[in-house]
Design a protein around this ligand. Sequence first.
Ligand code: ATP
Ligand code: MG
Length: 200
Amino acid sequence: MSKPSFKLGIMGGTFNPIHQGHLVAAEFIWDKFKLEEVLFVPSGKPPHKGNNEIASPENRWMMTVLATASNEHFSVSSIEIERRGESYTRDTVLQLRQMYGEGTECFFITGADAIAEISTWHKTEDLPHLAKFIAVSRPGYKLDIKKIDPRFQKCTYLVEVPALAISSTQIRERIKKEQTIKYLVPEVVEKYIYKNNLYR
Ligand code: ATP
Ligand code: MG
């Protein structure tokens, strides 16, 4: 009998900052897919974003650690931050398979907006063989298999998660305008943002 493989969820993101939308999506996917662990991987220098308003990788990593600390099946990896330069999902998945063992079954979790852009990602030739993709619903974006790059349609699951119309962009804008962000992010993250004067 073959050993059951380790099922690893990978939640990539800028996490600028991490918010309840990320956490609820990761928790529901952990439960639905009976994953062993969900690993949050904050990006180094995100290829799709300019440098405007991006908190330092160290601050984004720290907020991700604080937000996930109380959940025993959540953890955080700094591999993309340590790699610096551009972050490519393929490199990350390959590196994690080496670290966790080649038999690891990787489930890459993305929102409906991010999966629709997968055709613009670089270095994706063998990605459909390296990981399965889970596209979660997100308010404002249509979750439609036809909208996904055909090469990824066979290895992508579409999953409805509780709708939280929260984005990091909205949180940064609210902080600038001195509006409350209470309950949009975990309290520890809110305190960290104010203590370190982020996004002002
Ligand atoms: P920004 O506004 O800066 O782009 P964001 O809120 O989209 O921030 P990201 O770090 O870009 O957050 O997202 C990381 C991943 O989480 C992406 O796959 C994204 O689609 C998904 N995601 C973000 N917010 C939600 C949400 N509210 N519901 C479901 N998925 C989400
Ligand atoms: Mg985003």
